[in-house]
Structure formats: structure tokens, C-alpha cells
Design a protein around this ligand. Structure first.
Ligand code: ACO
Length: 431
């Protein structure tokens, strides 16, 4: 890549400075503006980070125009076809695909950390029966910090590794406890002889009075969905984890902050909203009415599962999930799924509509994922929790990368102040 340089000129004073351009291995270069304030007394202004790279990272690359997603350089399509969730977790966190011994050790560390402290389990009794599982998940994950004082030195690499194993191993157990609490069913303990997704399904669906056998098709479908959700560079929740973690806060607090950010309907909460929207649309005849609502600037309604800040083309994860829907529904004997039929039709109509074409709005990862979650028996209120379980791996990888960087600084954005100028306090009697 040819080296670019930018000269910045203050047109009122004529003062000039050269801004450094940093090149990555792939994707657009960035203009370093760290000295802008020192040299020109200015800050940059970019609400919503429309054109701002917040950090340097080696974990995930997205080309939004081409619809490309690479984890540590490897295309998501290859990982989806050939890998499994724990191997992808290892890759994201450690930077390389594991050897046989390495994946064996990693899997063992995850599989044998699945239990949670009984006191932590009792927290669930404090939640209302109708508490949203995301509220329980973020609260209980933050509370984990109260249990591991002896291994929370963020500057100790071994402590960071233990944290990574603990959170990846225990978050399915916490999610399952939240689900069982909402159902009013007894908590089901993890089974360390099962693989990651089979154990999750066992904790969700087993009951003490019956034998429960995990369906391998379901476990495989879940594993694939988890691969597709594992990481997505500096999205809102990952940036939240980095920001909270940059203060030196304990990593459980940082992950809990990420879970809260993920919950929003503009982010991970969209998977729950998509299914609610499809149910609301009901039939293909109603699609034009809802598309008109989505295009109406006076209506808050948006086509959920459509559009993305980075992808201005098909989200490769949505393409994989759409194909997966056909296969999984057929294998489960649920091919005639009316919501899937409706989603396909909605996508087809929206992609021909001028409004969506002009704005380059395509289905994102959340558009089809709920169809599969539903088909394998996961209730709507748990969809975003499933996303959070998978994304924990990405959050951990980014937190680790940030903390291990000797140049790490607290993230502290600045602002453009538009409030009142300086004024004096007015006594109550004179107001
Ligand atoms: N339905 C209707 N119009 C939309 C949609 C949508 N889903 N998404 C974007 N637009 C329109 C906007 O109104 C805007 O139109 P305008 O230029 O006439 O004002 C234009 O497209 C650009 O949209 P922005 O909101 O400026 O794009 P931004 O990058 O800020 O937002 C977002 C991206 C939040 C994903 C948005 O597309 C959206 O709300 N989608 C629906 C929610 C969703 O599916 N979120 C999941 C994202 S994936 C994830 O986080 C896991």
C-alpha cells in the first residue's frame, strides 16, 4: 500500500501540520489525530463513530462493501463449514488454530469449569418470575466478581486465562438458570461429559423426572449459530467491554456491561424483535403495509434484522444462516415453517424495493437466526441470551488484546459543549 500523508492547515492562521496515516493489513487506512488538539487546539467530532477507528486490533476483519468477514484472517464460511465453536473460540482468543493437544487442553478447561457457586445460584430467587433473562444474565455475570478475588489481577496473564475459561464455561450455566427460573422449573446441573452445546441444551431442556437425550442435529445447529455470533470486531457491545475494561475494572464487570449493550434492539436485541415483527406481519399480503411503515420517517417502525452500520452488502452470516434454515428445518421435519416462508418473501420484496436498494439495506445476522432458535425450542425471550453466550468469546478476546497491550489507555472521549455559558448561581428567593 502506498504511503499516504495528510497536511492539515488552519485556514485562519495558516498553521500547518502533518497527520500520520496508519495502514492496516487489510481495509482502509486511518488518519491519526492524536496530536490534533496539541497542534491546533481542536478535537474531532464524530457522533456514532461514523468514521472513527477506536483501536488497533488483530482479531476480526470485515469488508462491509464486499460482505467479507475474517476471524484471524480465516473466512467465516470456512469456519462455519469446517470448525466448531470451541475451536473458533480458541482461534479468536489465541490468534492461531489449535493443535490437537491445545484444543484438548482448552476444551477440558472449559468443560470442567461449568459449575457455578451455589450462592450465585441462589441470586435467581431474588428475581421476579417474569424478569427478562438478559437482566438476570447481566446482573449475575457482574456478581461473579464477588467470588473470584484470588484470580482477578488483570495484569497477570494466568489470571486472565482463568477468567476466560471461567466465563466461557459458566455463562451457559447462568443462562440456563435464568431460563429455568422463568419457567419455575428446578435448575439442572451441567454435565461435563457433554460437548459445549449439548450441555447447554441439557441444562435448558432436561427435567429431573424424565430422561432427556440431546438431539445431535439440534446441538450441531446451535454450534454453527454460535460460530457465526462469536465475534464481529468493534461493534457496540464489544466497544462497551473495551471501554469499561479500559478503566481497569474487573473483567466480569466489563462483560456484564457488554451484555447490557447487546440487549438493545439496534444490536443483539434485534433477533428477538425480528420474530415478534414476523408474527405481527402474519402473512405475505401484509408485507407491503409493513414496508411502507418502515419507509415512513414519521413512523418509528424499522424492518428488524435489516441494515447494518458496516455491511452495505449481504451480511455473510445471514447468507449462511438462511441456507442453514433450509437444512435444519428439513432435518427436524419442520420444513413447512410459515415464519421462514414469510421471512424469505419479506427479504425478496425488500431487496427489490428502491428505498432498501438505495440505502444498501440487506438482511443481517439477526434476520434468520430466530427462526432456527425457535425451531430448536428456544423461546423468544432467550434469543439475545443465546447471542450473548456466543459473543462472550469475542468480548474475552478483545478484552485480553486490550489489557495485554502495554500502550493501553483509559478510553475517555471528549465532547462539543453546547450548553449555557458561565453564569452565576441564583438564590431561591430570586428565581
Ligand atoms: N428499516 C428501515 N429503514 C432503515 C433500516 C431498517 N431496518 N435500517 C436503516 N434504515 C434507513 C435509515 O432510516 C436511514 O435512512 P435515511 O438515510 O433516509 O435517514 C438509512 O437507512 C441509514 O440508516 P442509519 O440508521 O443511519 O444506519 P446506522 O448505521 O446508524 O444503523 C442499524 C444501523 C442500527 C443496524 C439500522 O440499520 C437498524 O436499526 N436496523 C434494524 C435493527 C437491527 O436489525 N439491528 C441488528 C444489527 S446487527 C447486530 O447488531 C447484531
Amino acid at each position: 500500500m502506498s504511503e499516504k500523508k495528510f497536511e492539515l492547515t488552519d485556514l485562519s492562521t495558516g498553521k500547518k501540520s502533518v497527520a500520520e496515516v496508519k495502514n492496516g493489513t487489510l481495509g482502509p487506512s486511518v488518519l491519526s489525530v492524536a496530536n490534533l488538539n496539541k497542534e491546533h487546539g481542536l478535537f474531532t467530532f464524530d457522533p456514532g463513530f461514523m468514521a472513527t477507528a477506536s483501536c488497533e486490533s488483530k482479531i476480526t476483519f470485515i469488508d462491509g462493501d464486499e460482505g467479507v468477514l475474517l476471524h484471524r484472517g480465516i473466512p467465516i464460511e470456512q469456519l462455519a463449514e469446517k470448525s466448531n465453536f470451541l475451536e473458533v473460540a480458541y482461534l479468536l482468543i489465541n490468534g492461531e488454530l489449535p493443535t490437537n493437544d491445545q484444543i484438548g487442553e482448552f476444551t477440558h478447561a472449559i468443560q470442567y469449569h461449568t459449575m457455578i457457586n451455589e450462592s450465585l445460584l441462589r441470586f435467581f430467587n431474588g428475581f421476579q418470575y417474569n424478569a427478562h433473562p438478559m437482566a438476570m444474565l447481566s446482573g449475575v455475570v457482574a456478581s461473579m466478581a464477588a467470588f473470584y478475588h484470588d484470580s482477578m489481577d488483570i495484569h497477570n496473564p494466568r489470571h486472565r486465562e482463568i477468567f476466560a475459561h471461567r466465563i466461557i464455561a459458566k455463562i451457559p450455566t447462568i443462562a440456563a438458570a435464568a431460563y429455568k427460573h422463568a419457567l419455575g422449573q428446578p435448575f439442572v446441573y451441567p454435565r461435563n461429559d457433554l460437548d459445549y452445546c449439548s450441555n447447554l441444551l441439557h441444562m435448558f431442556f432436561a427435567v429431573p423426572c424424565e430422561q432427556y437425550n440431546v438431539d445431535p442435529v439440534t446441538a450441531q445447529a446451535l454450534d454453527l449459530l454460535f460460530i457465526l455470533h462469536a465475534d464481529h470486531e468493534q461493534n457496540a457491545s464489544t466497544s462497551t467491554v473495551r471501554l469499561a475494561g479500559s478503566t481497569g475494572a474487573n473483567p466480569y464487570a466489563a462483560i456484564s456491561a457488554g451484555i447490557s449493550a447487546l440487549w438493545g434492539p439496534a444490536h443483539g436485541g434485534a433477533n428477538e424483535a425480528v420474530l415478534a415483527m414476523l408474527e405481527q406481519i402474519g402473512t405475505v399480503e401484509n408485507v407491503p403495509k409493513f414496508l411502507a411503515k418502515a419507509k415512513d420517517k414519521n413512523d418509528n417502525f424499522r424492518l428488524m434484522g435489516f441494515g447494518h452500520r458496516v455491511y452495505k452488502n449481504f451480511d455473510p452470516r445471514a447468507t449462511i444462516i438462511r441456507a442453514m434454515c433450509h437444512k435444519v428445518l428439513a432435518k427436524l421435519g419442520k420444513s413447512d415453517n410459515p415464519l421462514f416462508e414469510l421471512a424469505l418473501k419479506l427479504e425478496e420484496i425488500a431487496l427489490k424495493d428502491e428505498y432498501f436498494v438505495e440505502r444498501k439495506l440487506y438482511p443481517n445476522v439477526d434476520f434468520y437466526s430466530g427462526i432456527i432458535y425457535s425451531a430448536i425450542g428456544i423461546p423468544q425471550s432467550m434469543f439475545t441470551v443465546m447471542f450473548a453466550i456466543a459473543r462472550t468469546v469475542g468480548w474475552v478476546a478483545h478484552w485480553q488484546e486490550m489489557i495485554a497491550d502495554p500502550a493501553m489507555k483509559i478510553s475517555r472521549p471528549r465532547q462539543l459543549y453546547t450548553g449555557s455559558p458561565r453564569r452565576d448561581y441564583v438564590e431561591m428567593s430570586k428565581r
